[in-house]
Design a binder for this molecule. Structure first.
Ligand SMILES: NC(=O)C1=CN([C@@H]2O[C@H](COP(=O)(O)OP(=O)(O)OC[C@H]3O[C@@H](n4cnc5c(N)ncnc54)[C@H](OP(=O)(O)O)[C@@H]3O)[C@@H](O)[C@H]2O)[C@@H](O)CC1
Ligand SMILES: Nc1ncnc2c1ncn2[C@@H]1O[C@H](COP(=O)(O)OP(=O)(O)O)[C@@H](O)[C@H]1O
Ligand SMILES: [Mg+2]
Length: 277
């Protein structure tokens, strides 16, 4: 049975930020995102991550591109993509894939990460495509990892599907098999851990634009770093992302909406869910 992901469920998950908390309370996230020409994905995912409550954020980007993020997001720290000495285990949560491209370097980083990091990851976009072209990597995905494919990425990973219902059934089966969370993105995103399955009730076609998924990756990574469980993190990210997009319609149309407008409204999503009955 597919349950509707509604506001009361989100409210029951959201934790109130304690007044005596410090940045360490909300974890240190690492986002391995962006590449030459796709640094927008890095900036978008980082901003969305920071707007979702993470304590500290480090971005792993190609060294020639670091100025872009340092100038546009002073809150984030930056490390060099080529640095092989990175201790991944230092980070509370890691998101990888948005805008990274498929190169020898990004393939090596993903393989190194899957060898060294045994906690749940958030895997998106090109990192999913790297796994699709080297299916042996599926077995190395840490338990509880959140995979965030759109339809095409899902089919690259698990084979072609014609009907949506058939794809959802596969998502449930694969989530169980791989012991992970699958966020099957689309008009009505489906989130499953293989046992329970939810369909999102927020969001609109203003999100049908490049960068919307990159923002979602940043948000889910922030929740994971802040100690929400992987399933909770996926649900919070998907619902609040869509909710912020719906609120954006107060000022923008679906045509004019930018994902950066949506990110600016994440705060409203939190406020509204926390105060709802
Ligand atoms: N500013 C930046 O830096 C940006 C960077 N980005 C980065 O670029 C990389 C490539 O990512 P990508 O998703 O654009 O490429 P790809 O996997 O070929 O899929 C594209 C095609 O898939 C389809 N499709 C998608 N959703 C679907 C759905 N729900 N239902 C059905 N079909 C669906 C659709 O194809 P169509 O419907 O035309 O067949 C669509 O044209 C990645 O790393 C990403 O993070 C982007 O985020 C843009 C902003
Ligand atoms: N018509 C729509 N209605 C609601 N949400 C949508 C719609 N189209 C796209 N989205 C959402 O926007 C995001 C798109 O993700 P993705 O395709 O990975 O974008 P990108 O890679 O360009 O950042 C997903 O969260 C998806 O659910
Ligand atoms: Mg994407």
């Amino acid at each position: 049975m597919i349950q509707k992901l509604v506001q009361s469920k989100i409210k029951s998950i959201l934790k109130i930020r304690n007044s005596d908390s410090n940045k360490g309370t909300f974890g240190h996230a690492l986002l391995i995102v962006g590449s030459k020409g796709k640094m927008g994905a890095a900036v978008i995912s980082a901003k969305a991550c920071l707007r979702s409550g993470v304590g500290l954020l480090t971005l792993d980007v190609p060294s020639k591109e670091r100025a872009i993020v340092q100038i546009s997001i002073p809150e984030a720290m930056v490390i060099d993509r080529k640095n092989k000495e990175i201790d991944f285990t230092f980070f509370s949560a890691i998101g990888i894939g948005s805008g990274i491209g498929i190169t020898k370097n990004t393939q090596d980083i993903l393989i190194q990460l899957l060898e060294e990091y045994k906690q749940p990851l958030v895997i998106d976009a090109d990192a999913l495509n790297i796994i699709s072209s080297n299916k042996k990597l599926l077995k190395k995905i840490p338990k509880g990892t959140i995979l965030t494919p759109h339809t095409k990425e899902f089919d690259r990973l698990f084979g072609d599907h014609i009907a949506t219902e058939e794809r959802i059934k596969s998502a449930v089966k694969k989530a169980k098999e791989l012991n992970c969370i699958i966020v099957l993105k689309g008009h009505k995103t489906v989130i499953t851990n293989g046992t329970e399955t939810f369909q999102n009730t927020t969001g609109n076609a203003g999100l049908a634009k490049g960068g919307s998924g990159d923002a979602l990756t940043g948000m889910i990574t922030a929740f994971l770093a802040s100690n929400y469980t992987p399933f909770e993190s996926a649900k919070l990210g998907v619902y609040l992302h869509g909710f912020a997009a719906d609120y954006t319609l107060k000022k923008q149309s679906m045509e004019s909406m930018l994902i950066t407008d949506v990110i600016e409204n994440i705060g409203y999503s939190f406020k509204s869910c926390l105060k709802s009955p």
